[in-house]
Design a protein around this ligand. Structure first.
Ligand code: FAD
Length: 423
């Protein structure tokens, strides 16, 4: 035989190697490596899409400290009694077993952009060719005088879902008869613009049943808020006299909160409260700052067509942490941005076709049983920002059947998008 078995096998191995050859110039190693920090809405999606679409041509590591991710989206429905906490939990088993993603349960504590490594709290460093950060938000220290993380058990934020949300629910359910619930609302920009107001609706829903003489006060630094007309109409209709929204132009600024005394001081007046939900000002998750990617506002500017950091072309920033333009900071938006980034990263690493960036978002909110509303938009990438191209919003005075349909649509969305993220 002129051609030995060994030669044939060797030839096959060479063609396989050529077919799978990584396109990274000068990387000097095998399969290109993408490291994703944060296994939430943006991070889980980008990891899954990269692993799924590259079919082994890209090696994906996902760094996430928690073993179960509880979605903030629909956590207000948990507060209202429409969902269980378990139904909001998602684990990483399928990303590892079905998509071959290397899931590392640890905190990323440093990024060496020259060496292209991510340092882990548990020790060691993970090398990358491309890095994706989707760390969500952290709170701005001192933005609510008198409050810091040591006070979160007295005055929960419940703006990262899980034990904080459970605590807030227990506090609401344990309120004395006729008690006062105060929300300290956040300034722009913040995660989920309708989130605080959907929360008020869900708390009112619980109080209407269990404690109908209780009151809800919202102290808001903003002059207006997302879906304001829809929420205010809904509060009047479902919870008349229970909810009072006060903006700082009317009350004067928030001066301080006193967690021990359960007091909130606004415009020189002290309010004694039974439950205080403090939602502080926000910034990008700390690792974006540690990596040196954030602006003065604390957010990480990105290139809209790819979601690459403006400070480092080898790093992509997704979701809440990104300073990107017109999209709200939502789970839907993070998922949409993650698909754009996955496509761009795969293109850069394997030479696959990169499609023009298109983004979409819808934010649903539940005001009372079967009374769902929504706001949404489509977006495109311009040089300067992710720019809205068309938008829609529910209308005041809509009939009950349409509102129910909108709520049902949101349930379908939740099931679909969490499968899109976690498999
Ligand atoms: P996240 O989903 O928060 O994920 C960040 C992950 O990064 C976390 O798992 C965290 O553990 C991890 N992480 C952080 N730092 C590190 C580190 N150093 N190392 C490793 N891992 C790290 N959005 C909607 O679309 N629809 C809704 O109805 C909706 N409702 C909401 C209601 C509420 C009350 C809230 C608070 C939010 C809501 N959102 C909603 C917004 C949505 O939850 C966020 O916009 C979305 O989760 C952002 O995704 P992300 O990937 O940027 O961050």
């Amino acid at each position: 035989m002129s051609m030995s078995r060994r030669t044939i096998l060797k030839g096959a191995a060479v063609s396989a190697a050529v077919a799978a050859a990584p396109m990274i110039m000068g990387a000097g190693h095998g399969t290109p490596r993408v490291v994703v920090v944060g296994g939430g809405a943006g991070g889980a999606t980008v990891a899954r899409y990269l692993a799924k679409d590259s079919k082994g041509a890209v090696h994906v590591t996902l760094i996430e400290p928690t073993r179960t991710y509880y979605t903030c989206f629909f956590s207000n429905l948990y507060l209202g009694g429409f969902r269980t906490m378990d139904s909001l939990g998602h684990s990483y088993g399928k990303l590892a077993s079905e998509y071959g993603i290397n899931v590392v349960h640890d905190w990323a504590v440093g990024v060496d952009r020259d060496k292209k490594t991510v340092a882990l709290a548990g020790g060691g460093a993970v090398p990358y060719d491309r890095l994706v950060l989707s760390p969500g938000i952290d709170f701005v220290d001192g933005s609510v005088p008198g409050w810091d993380l040591s006070a979160q058990n007295r005055m929960p934020h419940a703006y990262k879902a899980g034990s904080q949300t459970e605590l807030l629910k227990a506090q609401v359910e344990g309120m004395r008869e006729g008690g006062v619930f105060v929300m300290v609302a956040p300034p722009n920009p913040f995660r989920c613009p309708p989130g605080p107001y959907e929360r008020v609706s869900m708390v009112a829903h619980v109080l209407k049943e269990k404690n109908p003489t209780a009151k809800i006060l919202i102290f808001d630094p903003k002059e207006k808020f997302s879906k304001q007309g829809l929420f205010q109409e809904g509060w009047e209709r479902h919870y008349p006299g229970m909810v009072t929204w006060l903006d700082a132009g009317f009350t004067g600024p928030l001066e301080e909160v006193r967690p021990e005394a359960m007091e909130v001081v606004v415009g020189g007046e002290t309010t004694k409260a039974d439950v205080v939900n403090v939602i502080p000002a926000m910034k990008a998750g700390r690792i974006a700052d540690i990596a040196g990617l954030t602006n003065d506002g604390g957010w990480a500017p990105i290139v809209p067509a790819t979601m690459q950091s403006r400070a480092d072309e080898n790093i992509y920033v997704l979701g809440d942490a990104a300073h990107q333009g017109d999209m709200p900071k939502s789970g839907f938006a993070a998922n949409s941005q993650a698909k754009v980034a996955a496509n761009a990263i795969r293109g850069a690493l394997t030479g696959s076709k990169v499609f023009p960036a298109k983004f979409t978002n819808t934010c649903w909110s539940l005001i009372d049983t079967d009374d769902g509303v929504k706001v949404g938009a489509a977006y495109e990438a311009t040089e300067e920002k992710i720019a809205s191209t068309s938008s829609f919003i529910s209308k005041t005075g809509e009939d009950a059947a349409l509102r129910k349909q909108t709520y049902e649509e949101s349930i379908g969305w939740y099931a679909g998008i969490t499968t899109d993220m976690f498999g």
